[in-house]
Design a protein around this ligand. Sequence first.
Ligand code: HEC
Length: 156
Amino acid sequence: MNQRYALCIVLIALAVLPLACGKKEEPAAPTSAAPASVAAPEPPVSIAALNRGAGLYQEHCAQCHGPEAQGHPDWQTPGVTAAPPLDGTGNDWKRSRAELVAAIRNGVKRDGAQVMPSWNGRLSDNEIDDIIAWFQALWPPEVYSQWRRKQATPKG
Ligand code: HEC
């Protein structure tokens, strides 16, 4: 391939690139593609992140927390250790973002027993963010707004 030909291809590629990218970046209207009951996350989470989160959740979390993040039916039964809901109907929404991340990263211990496995080194920070974004999208809108307001308010 001679140099001028190569340069020409580069120039064409540069000319086409913005067009191709421009098309890609068109907003995908994330909320309209989601089920009607799903609260609009703020700031908006991309549909790609939600899809990644959904896949990772089903792979790693659903067997204990339920496919819809509804929690194990016995999660409130005294003396039973069962995974609680993550869909905004349990205590999940009472946790700060840092607490949610810590629970997932480190797992949860009860009386010395690891009742929720640690995902440290098995899920990246981004993957944990995507999973949280996915189950938070299931939270009722008023629960999510309340959580957001609490996040914004300094403790004390
Ligand atoms: C082996 C079962 C199991 C798996 C798998 C599991 N969890 Fe859990 N998880 C639990 C249990 C049990 C608890 C409650 C621990 C306790 O008694 O406080 C819990 C608690 C939590 C909490 C704290 C909730 C709250 O109300 O404080 C979060 C957040 C959480 N899990 C997220 C996840 C995510 C995300 C995944 C997947 C990456 C996952 N869990 C996988 C069993 C599991």
